[in-house]
Design a binder for this molecule. Structure first.
Ligand SMILES: Nc1nc2c(c(=O)[nH]1)N[C@H]1C(S)=C(S)[C@@H](COP(=O)(O)OP(=O)(O)OC[C@H]3O[C@@H](n4cnc5c(N)ncnc54)[C@H](O)[C@@H]3O)O[C@H]1N2
Ligand code: MOO
Ligand SMILES: [Mg+2]
Length: 419
């Protein structure tokens, strides 16, 4: 099996994995902790917004009919009967020939049906209790109507939407101190390989420090999962079987790095051949990361990423981020690309689609995708500069500068969210 692998497309691999994942249950969290979480149910407006007629300006609440003859040269004089601050309940009805001073956000007094801003009024010097209105107003002008933005009972946020800063504003407006969200998935994480040292260990010949675990842990948290870090796993199949069985009890998905290729010590590849493992895929038409593997073990999915840091990074974006999102309740998760012009010619041939790390730039209104030329799968020095993957299609002669290419950005918005 290890040497005769069936190659499938990225899309097919993603489909096979996604169909094994189901949304987590729900929990309630305080609004202060809800940022970045996914709504578990539709949330409704508990009142009209606004819930009273209010003024959007600092000015005077008037009866429009009283202002019909008003001009800058001949202002209409009205008697000021009250001053209304935001938060006050007006006490006096605005009668014919009268006006109330009113502040932004304050409740409209009964009788008034329009507001004129201070700048369009004059204060007759000798008559402090009067105001001169310099233009005619229409009924309803400058009044924010009760319920004009959102009606009580309307859906304000849908199940499956990710809570951003704007969502928090609307939830707070309607009094949701606690928010029904989808439980965060627990994503176990470990690296394989006896060559790996911890960050605080000195280098020895042949050994390297484990960087994938730290990179993946941050990416998992950013995607909305809880990373659970397990110790590095030795390249021994029997040990791996026991260790993984224990870890799987504690997580919803397990992500591993390394050991997926055809090497003598590639333990995750060896595990895929075991009868208790159900292989989902172990060869994908993509570069880097073609040996990226996924399997079901003891009823739980394992996503086994390549150990090469660049391939590991790509594998995360293509498979782990969408998996975390689906478990987190995000609706309609799928790979979504945008088109941009390739900033420089790239001619390296490849039998599979190649995902080049890079970034986007804008020049004279045109979006360009700039590849990072440090794209060897094992290179990690420029991983930090990567904000997207530029897809160079299989075969052919690559792409010329200025040709349109598909670009997959790492940020969450590139994953379609419906609803
Ligand atoms: N005969 C073949 N050899 C290889 C093939 C192939 O098709 N035939 N594929 C190559 C490709 S492509 C890739 S990608 C790698 C995949 O390797 P593994 O996923 O098995 O990963 P390892 O062998 O464990 O490690 C690869 C590389 O990455 C370093 N590494 C591993 N873990 C970490 C970590 N946690 N932090 C930093 N670096 C790590 C490791 O030391 C190796 O240098 O296989 C090719 N070979
Ligand atoms: O898939 Mo590998 O990362 O090309 O070296
Ligand atoms: Mg290997």
């Amino acid at each position: 099996m290890r040497f005769s692998r069936q190659m499938i497309t990225v899309e097919e691999a993603m489909r096979r994995l996604m169909e094994r994942l189901t949304m987590q249950g729900r929990e309630e969290v305080h609004i202060g902790e809800a940022y970045g979480r996914t709504l578990a149910v539709d949330v409704h407006a508990t009142d009209d917004l606004p819930h009273f007629d209010r003024s959007p300006l600092d000015g005077y609440a008037v009866r429009a009919i009283d202002t019909v003859l008003a001009t800058p040269d001949q202002p209409v004089r009205l008697k000021v009967v009250e001053t209304i601050a935001a938060g006050d309940v007006p006490k006096i009805t605005v009668a014919e020939g009268c006006a109330s001073r009113i502040m932004t956000g304050a409740m409209m007094p009964s009788g008034a049906d329009a507001v004129i801003m201070f700048e369009q009024t004059v204060q007759p010097a000798a008559f402090l209790e009067e105001v001169g209105i310099k233009r005619a107003l229409k009924q309803g002008e400058n009044v924010s109507r009760h319920g004009e933005e959102i009606a009580s009972g309307a859906v304000i946020v849908r199940a499956g939407e990710r809570i951003n800063a704007g969502t928090l504003a609307i939830l707070a407006t309607f009094g949701y101190t606690h928010v029904p969200v989808v439980r965060k998935p627990r994503i176990g994480l470990l690296s394989t390989g006896v060559e790996l040292l911890d960050v605080d260990q000195p280098l020895y010949p042949g050994k390297i420090r484990n960087s994938n675990t730290w990179m993946l842990s941050a990416l998992i948290a950013e995607a909305g999962g809880i990373p659970l870090l397990f110790p590095n796993m030795p390249d021994d199949l029997d040990v791996a079987k026991g260790t993984l069985a224990e870890h799987l009890k504690m997580v919803d998905v397990l992500v591993t790095s390394g050991g997926v290729s055809v090497g003598d010590y590639d333990v995750m590849a060896a595990l895929s051949d075991e009868p208790e493992a159900e292989l989902l895929f172990n060869r994908i038409a993509m570069r880097p990361g073609s040996p990226t593997t996924s399997l079901m073990l003891h009823g739980k999915p394992i996503i086994a990423l390549s150990g090469n840091p660049g391939a590991c990074f790509l594998g995360f974006e293509l498979f782990v981020r969408p998996a975390v999102q689906k478990l987190s309740g995000v609706q309609g998760v799928q790979l979504r690309t945008i088109k941009a012009k390739l900033a420089v010619t790239y001619t390296k041939p490849c039998p599979y689609p190649r995902y080049l790390r890079g970034w986007l730039l804008e020049k004279d209104g045109v979006l360009y995708a700039q590849p990072d030329f440090n794209e060897k799968a094992g290179n990690l020095g420029t991983l930090k500069n990567s904000e997207c993957f530029i897809v160079i299609p299989a075969g052919g002669i690559g792409k010329q500068a200025g040709e349109l290419v598909e670009v997959l950005s790492h940020a969450a918005p590139s994953w379609k969210q419906e609803g």
